[in-house]
Design a protein around this ligand. Sequence first.
Ligand SMILES: [Zn+2]
Length: 423
Amino acid sequence: MPHSFSRFSAGCALAALACAPGASKKNPGAVAPAAAAAGAVSVGINTVEQPDPGIAAMVARLDLESYKATIKGLTQFGDRRQGTDRNRAAVDWIEAQLKSYGCTPTARITYDFHQQPRTPRPPMDSAARARAAMWGVGGARVRGTRMPTGVNTDSARQPDAKLRALDTPQSVDGERQEVYCTKVGTTHPNEMYIVGGHMDGIGWGEAANDDGSGTALVMELARVFSSPDVRTDRSIRFILWNNEESGLDGSRAYVAQRAALQGIEDPKGSGKYPEPKWLGMIQHDMMMFDHGMPKADGTMGKEQRREADVNIEFQSRSKFAADAERLAWAFQSANEKYATDYPAQVGRHMTNTDSAPFEDLVPAISLRENERGAQIGAGWDPQWHQPTDLYTTYTDDDFGLGLNAAQTTLSAVAELVGAKGKQ
Ligand SMILES: [Zn+2]
């Protein structure tokens, strides 16, 4: 059986709960507890919560083809490198898409960016090398086969002449912009969750996975939450960061400009809150490729590994670690209830992504294809920052992992903001 059939059933109608995790094609004989009875079902010491039909209907408005089409749309701008015309064109295109979904008004953050000259790192002594072999970024323990990682800077490694030409202009210092739109809550418009991905990329490819996959996820959620029949008690901001690849500069600019504006009504008495109080920050970065650990000979599995999952990370060293961990488990629980094909795991080493500038101000988590420190950092994604990060590199199993992360965040956020839609 083709691998893709084991995971995906075209036209599977989640609204009718036919796609509840226990009733997927992968495991057709299983009966989801959801189907057994209304209300909570007690299983030993655990309580299995029931999916909410309204939220399930919202999740069913996500689909693989729409998610793929949005990623494909982003790849028309090549790697979308910050500080280039193709990056600015991508910001315009994203904004037009958000408007077409009814996620209005849109707005932009404007900031200046100047590349700092890099100071070369001092060479590592043997003790430092041993530490680096054992410990990844974010405090993660690295195990198993490890492959080198890095950013491709060699244009000759992009064999497609058209794409090579598109990716050729390099960054010019100066003004930058990033775009967002907001779903305004009906009863608590002054409080919001932030849902983000970064739209810039590097490496002489199309940045399809890093981070077209997270950008498209955020855009798809903006589309579903902007449906005219969907109401939410609290607000949600959908934001597409720029300058992630230069060092989280877009998200840092947002925090610097807007942290102090939280919860302030402006103009006074208007009921409008340009910057609702931040309740949580949820980042999406590299959502699709989970083919397992590199083999001993340095090659990778050709297919999505059978145990592929969505990795939800928080940072245990952050000021809001306890609340961030609770938020992560709320997402894991939403995944169990609403995601069709892939499970989710929680880890405590969130790092190197746009949720980091928020982690000491608000509960912050990130969703990824793998753990950033122990797995991606050890070379589990050979397309990372490479010319091979192309739309055509990925199979429907890969795109489907991103879709399941979208189902996870959509349903978790829907629960958190008190979303109600037509069933
Ligand atoms: Zn990224």
